[in-house]
Ligand binder design. Structure first.
Ligand code: PGA
Length: 256
């Protein structure tokens, strides 16, 4: 999925359904979405449904191998007595190719630590899944001028257990916590500044391997603002929550 740094990057549109849409709703969604979005080679579409809806989504995609699917979370152990958890090998066996790691809701609602994000990224890679490591500052951190410090810390910590070659295959999502689900979006300039800092840090950590890693923006992205965010320097795609739940709306975003 990595792209040449010199070629125009083809954008990635990722949908994070969070805890919405069971299998029946997922089937209805896919029926509508697939009629509204014809395969396009100049973009990548990725859907993260709830794990229990993954089979329904994948079923609908049998003829549409252009659309990728992932899970929203994994445990770092491969198997064992971890009631309620899903491991990377289980997710891969169920057809997921990607996994969100360190989403702000995992960090701030469920107390996921930087160390855990590192273990999850390593577990994902070991199982052949592509981790999308999510980083982002809280409002008070931004107000204290700590945005870069926080994002760089989360980035370094999350990638700590991977080799440089493995880092080349991850995806990064920058999602300011204050912009998630709030209707408040970072301006393209604000997003751009952080994306540029993330790129610099990726190259710092992984050298050449950090040059082409796609960096997505997330946080109240919708059909109205998606174009200006994608046009911002350093933004290689978007991770969309609320606005990805409506099939027509999601198709509009993906076609933009
Ligand atoms: P939002 O969520 O688009 O609803 O703000 C984004 C996310 O949490 O990934």
């Amino acid at each position: 999925m990595t792209v040449s740094p010199n070629a125009p990057r083809s954008p990635i549109f990722a949908a994070n359904w969070k805890m919405n849409s069971g299998p029946s709703e997922a089937r209805t969604f896919m029926r509508v979405f697939l009629t509204r979005y014809a395969r396009r080679p100049d973009r990548t579409v990725l859907i993260f449904p709830p794990a229990l809806s993954l089979a329904a989504v994948r079923d609908a995609l049998r003829e549409r191998t252009d659309i990728l699917t992932g899970v929203q979370n994994i445990h770092w152990e491969a198997k064992g007595a971890f009631t309620g958890e899903i491991s990377a090998p289980i997710a891969a066996d169920a057809g997921a190719t990607h996994v969100l790691v360190g989403h702000s809701e995992r960090r701030h609602v469920f107390g996921e630590t930087d160390e855990q994000t590192a273990k999850k990224c390593a577990a994902a890679v070991a199982a052949g899944l592509v981790p999308m490591l999510c980083v982002g500052e809280k409002l008070e951190e931004r107000e204290r001028g700590e945005t870069e410090t926080v994002v760089v810390r989360q980035l370094r910590a999350g990638l700590a257990a991977l080799s440089n070659a493995q880092i080349a295959d991850v995806l990064i999502a920058y999602e300011p916590v204050w912009a998630i689900g709030t209707g408040r979006t970072a301006t393209p300039a604000d997003a751009s500044a952080v994306h540029v800092a993330i790129r610099a840090e990726l190259q710092n950590v992984a050298g050449e391997h950090g040059r082409a890693i796609p960096i997505l923006y997330g946080g109240s992205v919708n059909a109205q603002n998606v174009r200006s965010l994608l046009d911002a320097k350093g933004v290689d795609g978007v991770l969309v929550g609320g606005a990805s739940l409506d099939a027509e709306g999601w198709a509009t975003i993906v076609r933009s």
